[in-house]
Design a protein around this ligand. Structure first.
Ligand SMILES: Nc1ncnc2c1ncn2[C@@H]1O[C@H](COP(=O)(O)OP(=O)(O)OP(=O)(O)O)[C@@H](O)[C@H]1O
Length: 467
């Protein structure tokens, strides 16, 4: 099983432990340590990081499994890892923001099905890798949303249709209504913070920048601390002033325009007239366009004052509410990568997936080895049919051993070198061809196997993109 080291600068974070392929060992073993930097890998004794999902402003996010939950539930482990050289005050503020995400998720995550649940928040202190100094790491574990964020969804495709954008608008307004009613302003609404799972359900993520203002459900505001995403933040947030529910509504409108036009916010805003000039880029229902424009007004008090006001305005347009639907391309891509959340959660795959390099290396080995085996067998048995059958069986066993990772990397090289040396230097093992031809045939077979595998891989990728 491959386990990912979460130490920020570990040069070789991928660890492979064959004993963890055994479910009983995986569940009972006390701890595992990174073979490169010594970092404990089983976080809080239970979370097994599998791969890096991405790095954000305050940390890295890892896909992990919880070995203490039957079926090894998937989860996201976020690690506090601020980028750049921060002063101790900035570092403290960044850490507060990370803890704030944990606080907010603990408060509201379990109450709203479109906000990830919080599973755990903990810190660990470990010996530094290159010095004797102890190092402290903070982790937050939350529900894994099996899907793509809207930025990832938008990148490979064209613009969202009006119907699709309206669905995002209505769904996120529902979540914002709930969030604002808890006295919380998100302050960082943007496509990358909205995720769609493979069944089409939309989620609002990343509560690291929220402002917890007051418990009053309406008419509240709180001062901004300068955390925002350029282009999505309204003037009051950019100037570090008070933020309001309408601050989030403004960012949501910019998000919708981004989806409708696939253009950067800056391309839709005319700095000279200080106005949004987006209508020339997309044509939509005029009532909906007016609602978006009102959400985008520069003065916070001229915009809609609550998510509910926008929902009512949308309802009065009599555009039929859309059915939640997963986007075709993204679902096809996901279905090739992940398992449905509803399905019984299965233990992690016994073996990790193969990278393209590993796949092509394996193909080269199989082709090379196949040719050598065939040359030797034909020289010994003199029967093409028996040679073909026995070679196919041996080759099949070698390929199976590779898929199970019983042989990999250096093993392949060693086996290839030994077989080649045997057949090249023992004349009766290449009785019908010269030594030079052994080289040509085996290398050619290796290259052909690489080419064929690459073509199949390409076709598979193209098909999964299309469907
Ligand atoms: N609960 C989750 N389920 C699935 N994927 C997630 C979850 N939370 C975050 N991710 C994914 O992990 C990656 C990193 O997320 P993270 O929140 O750390 O940073 P970000 O949102 O990309 O950046 P920033 O924090 O600067 O806005 C992103 O691709 C995000 O979509």
């Amino acid at each position: 099983m491959e386990v990912y080291c979460t130490r920020p600068r570990c040069p070789r974070p991928k660890n492979y432990f064959t004993d963890l392929d055994d479910n009983i060992t995986l569940k009972t073993i006390q701890q595992k340590y990174c073979t490169t930097c010594g970092m404990p890998l089983l976080l809080d004794g239970r979370y097994v990081p599998l791969k890096l999902l991405g790095r954000g402003g305050f940390g890295a996010a890892f896909l992990a499994r919880d070995r203490r939950i039957p079926g090894m539930r998937q989860c996201v482990v976020k690690q506090f890892q601020p980028a750049g050289n921060l002063t101790s005050i900035q570092l403290q503020l960044a850490q507060q923001l990370f803890e704030r995400e944990a606080d907010v998720l603990a408060q509201i995550g379990n109450q709203n099905e479109q906000i990830p649940d919080l599973f755990a928040y903990f810190e660990i202190t470990v010996k530094s890798w290159q010095s004797e100094q102890p190092e402290q790491f903070f982790y937050l574990v939350q529900e894994f949303i099996d899907g793509q964020n809207l930025e990832e969804e938008l990148a490979p495709r064209g613009t969202f249709t009006e119907e699709e954008a309206l669905e995002v608008l209505r769904e996120i307004l529902k979540v914002l209504k709930f969030v604002h009613n808890q006295g919380i302003i998100h302050r960082d609404i943007k496509p990358s913070n909205i995720m769609r799972d493979r069944l089409g359900k939309l989620y609002l993520l990343d509560f690291g920048a929220v402002k917890q203002v007051t418990n009053a459900p309406t008419g509240f505001g709180g001062s901004s601390t300068g955390i925002y995403s350029m282009g999505f933040a309204p003037p009051e947030q950019m100037s570090g002033g008070q933020v309001y529910p309408s601050t989030d509504l403004y960012a949501l409108a910019v998000t919708i325009l981004t989806l409708l036009t696939k253009k950067e916010a800056i391309q839709l805003f005319d700095g000279y007239s200080n106005q949004w000039q987006w209508r020339m880029h997309v044509s939509i229902n005029s009532g909906l366009a007016d609602i978006l424009d009102r959400m985008l007004l520069p003065a916070a008090n001229q915009r809609f004052q609550s998510a509910q006001e926008v929902i009512s305005a949308l309802d009065s347009l009599s555009i039929p509410p859309t059915q939640l639907h997963p986007h075709k391309a993204s679902v096809a891509k996901l279905s090739s990568q992940t398992q449905p959340p509803q399905a019984p959660i299965v233990p992690p795959p016994a073996k990790p997936a193969f990278s393209t390099i590993e796949l092509l290396g394996g193909a080269a080995f199989s082709g090379f080895e196949g040719a050598l085996i065939a040359i030797a067998l034909l020289s010994l048995l003199k029967s093409p049919i028996i040679t073909l059958t026995v070679s196919a069986v041996i080759l099949g066993m070698l390929i199976f051993a590779q898929t199970r990772r019983w042989i990999e990397k250096l093993d392949l090289l060693i086996i290839a070198v030994i077989t080649f040396a045997l057949i090249y230097f023992v004349p009766f093992l290449h009785a019908f061809i010269s030594s030079g031809q052994v080289i040509i045939l085996s290398v050619a077979a290796g290259l052909i196997a690489i080419a064929v595998t690459a073509i199949f891989r390409l076709i598979y990728k193209l098909l999964s993109l299309i469907f």
